[in-house]
Design a protein around this ligand. Structure first.
Ligand code: FES
Length: 168
């Protein structure tokens, strides 16, 4: 995998090939998402490669990648947990939910487990305020989450093995 990854990094044409199905400048956001998914993160080299393939500046790509909470830069865990920390969710107990996610995963906000299995980040509104508090795991949305639900939700993604939390 490391050799394959190194090979990719030596081929800037990879970014052009990946950009091909995206026809218009309006597709830049989805292109960045595709690269992030395929590369398991977004390195500074990826940002440069995207910028060259798309004919925009690296700072424009970086600006987009850091503006949207669903993107971000750096390595990406295999499972990405996001906890909404906007006011409607916090009025319904988002702090308790976030604390339980931290406890179960053994990482703090912004952290990634050492083996790359899970990352945790708090984000602004994810559009599920009508059934707050809300969290997402990868592309899955969970509404009306109580702290007591967290363990069960995360176990679906293999967060709890042998019945033990990361910090049990
Ligand atoms: S405030 Fe949490 S989903 Fe909107």
């Amino acid at each position: 995998m490391a050799n394959e990854d190194a090979g990719l990094r030596k081929q800037p044409s990879w970014y052009f090939t990946t950009a091909e199905p995206h026809k218009s400048r309006n597709d830049l956001l989805s292109f960045i998402k595709d690269v992030q998914r395929q590369r398991n993160g977004l390195s500074s080299e990826d940002i440069h490669g995207i910028a060259v393939a798309w004919g925009v500046t690296a700072s424009e790509v970086y600006g987009i990648a850091t503006f949207y909470s669903y993107l971000g830069t750096g390595p990406r865990a295999r499972n990405v947990v996001r906890v909404c920390k906007s006011t409607p969710c916090c009025l319904k107990g988002c702090d308790r939910v976030a604390a339980e996610v931290e406890r179960v995963l053994g990482i703090a906000d912004g952290g990634v487990q050492a083996d790359g299995s899970f990352s945790l980040s708090t984000v602004n509104c994810i559009g599920e305020c009508d059934r707050a508090p809300a969290i997402t795991v990868n592309e899955d949305v969970y509404q009306g989450v109580a702290a007591a639900d967290v363990r069960n939700i995360l176990s679906k993604y293999g967060a709890i093995q042998g019945g033990e939390d990361a910090r049990a």
